[in-house]
Design a protein around this ligand. Structure first.
Ligand code: GRF
Length: 194
């Protein structure tokens, strides 16, 4: 049976697209059944063009963050996911959401965690003068950019890199790593507790 994947995004959605393509090529034994965003973004338009169910739940439309978290949880649950992937979703997921998908929530973060957590990981690595950075796929727990690590890839920082060029090379690795992590999860090779 193929796994049902729900992807959360906020931006360009290139990781979401890489995952959709890998599913189509059967490199991942699953299908992206829904793409959900917290804002209008390019990734949402791409999902629409690909005929994937999609929706936007903007926190500003809810009275409290808790209400938004519950609505997002219920929306994701309505797609009966086997795996939920946060792929460039620029919001901190609250316990009410995380608890509903315990052990089946993956995040992708553009650094070699535990180095450079937070929303500006690529710039932070550059500013720190690091020789290399990379990307991390990890299970989500109750802390930000934290939880059991599934896969990491290293990316050297070149002397003439700026944030955009470095992020581009990091994404090349992410597009390979994210489908692989999803495949490992759906085939039972990895679990959040392993
Ligand atoms: C990725 O670099 C991911 O690691 C980070 O946000 C970026 C999303 O890019 N959390 P995209 O929307 O998949 O192109």
């Amino acid at each position: 049976m193929r796994g049902r994947l729900v992807v959360l995004i906020s931006g360009t959605g290139t990781n979401m697209e890489a995952l959709v393509d890998a599913c189509h090529k059967d490199e991942v034994p699953g299908d992206v059944v829904a793409v959900l965003a917290d804002r209008d973004c390019l990734g949402l338009t791409l999902a629409k063009h690909r005929g994937i169910a999609n929706d936007m739940l903007a926190p500003g439309k809810f009275k409290t963050r808790e209400e938004w978290s519950e609505a997002l949880r219920d929306k994701v649950l309505s797609f009966r996911p086997d795996l939920v992937v946060s792929a460039g979703f620029m919001r901190i997921l609250s316990p009410v959401f995380v608890d509903a998908f315990e052990d089946k929530l993956l995040n992708i973060h553009p650094s070699l965690l535990p180095d450079f957590p937070g929303a500006h990981a690529v710039k932070d690595a550059l500013d720190a003068g690091a020789a290399e950075t990379g990307t991390t796929i990890h299970f989500i727990d109750h802390l930000v950019d934290h939880g059991p690590i599934v896969l990491q890839a290293r990316v050297p920082i070149e002397a003439d890199d700026d944030e955009a060029s470095l992020h581009e090379r990091i994404k090349e690795q992410e597009h390979r790593l994210l489908p692989e992590a999803c495949r490992m999860f759906l085939t039972g090779e990895i679990k959040a507790t392993s």
